[in-house]
Design a protein around this ligand. Structure first.
Ligand SMILES: [Fe+2]
Length: 146
């Protein structure tokens, strides 16, 4: 189905573009977590990151690659549901970091960059997971899968 394939290519290219933007933001946030000498700066940066991730996840879920993947390859619907669940977990983790910084800024600040890198690792693992699901669905759809 050529028209569906074109639509999917658009969703995938949007996904990769958004991943690239978030990577830049994560690199910047990582620098801030090392250099920050106040919890306020980290809280502001984290709130911005949360807003961008929330919006990106919403785009992925509604009209983006997740919706298209389920449409062209329904057998991946449970994997797509797991990816949606990971979105919720990632946002909850940012909320937990915000709570820690707000409730105990002095105790949290010294080791915050380690905590943030754990989050970044989870986020990159999620991205890897979604790229793999999309690639499998595309390969199946155009018949070049193994
Ligand atoms: Fe995602």
């Amino acid at each position: 189905m050529p028209s569906l394939q074109r639509l999917t290519d658009t969703a995938v290219s949007k996904l990769l573009t958004e991943h690239a933007l978030l990577h830049e933001l994560l690199v910047e946030a990582d620098r801030v977590t090392i250099e920050a000498d106040s919890a306020e700066a980290l809280i502001l940066g984290l709130q911005e990151l949360r807003e961008m991730m929330h919006d990106q996840f919403a785009r992925e879920e509604y009209g983006g690659y997740l919706q298209e993947t389920v449409a062209i390859a329904p057998r991946y619907s449970s994997e797509c549901e797991q990816l949606r669940h990971e979105h919720r977990l990632l946002l909850s983790d940012i909320d937990a970091m915000l709570d820690e910084l707000t409730q105990d800024p002095d105790g949290t600040l010294g080791t915050f960059h380690v905590r943030f890198r754990e989050f970044t690792t989870c986020f990159l693992s999620h991205e890897h997971h979604e790229n793999a699901v999309v690639q499998k669905a595309l390969d199946d759809d155009i018949g070049v899968g193994d």
